[in-house]
Ligand binder design. Structure first.
Ligand SMILES: [Zn+2]
Ligand SMILES: [Zn+2]
Length: 141
């Protein structure tokens, strides 16, 4: 199925849409996502960059190494990240999508950084580190 996937920040100044279905939906338990969002676990919906378009205000970005995270300059909502090592892909915060219930994650990433009191009883694959191999990253899993 190909649908139009839409989302945006809390105040509505930043809007985005994707014209094709996501290639990736996951939870991430890493400490960097935790700091960036303030939430104990994050979830992302990944699209190809060339199928994504933005409307309204340009999001602000904050870089940490190869990862650049976008957020609304007005309301501060975390919106997405891009990773220089994953060219052409953009990962939106699942909660930034207009219909978050549509995007059921298919795996957990970075469970070695998962908070000890957080229990998510599902049967999804659990990756100790990243679920998407980066070039020059021989440490996957
Ligand atoms: Zn906003
Ligand atoms: Zn993460």
């Amino acid at each position: 199925m190909t649908a139009l996937h839409t989302g945006g920040c809390r105040c509505g100044q930043v809007r985005f849409e994707a014209s094709a279905d996501p290639h990736h939906i996951s939870y991430c338990h890493c400490a960097d996502c935790r700091k960036a969002t303030g939430a104990p676990v994050s979830a992302f919906v990944g699209f190809r960059e060339d199928e994504v378009s933005f409307e309204g205000k340009t999001p602000k970005t904050y870089d940490n190494g190869p990862v650049s995270r976008g957020f609304c300059a007005n309301c501060g909502s975390p919106l997405f990240y891009v990773d220089r090592r994953l060219e052409g892909r953009v990962y939106f915060m699942l909660g930034a999508m207009d219909h978050p219930g549509y995007y059921k994650p298919t795996l957990h990433a970075y469970v070695r950084e998962q908070l000890p009191f957080l229990h998510m009883p599902d049967n999804l694959p659990r990756h100790l580190k990243t679920s998407v191999p980066r070039p020059n990253d021989g440490t996957e899993e």
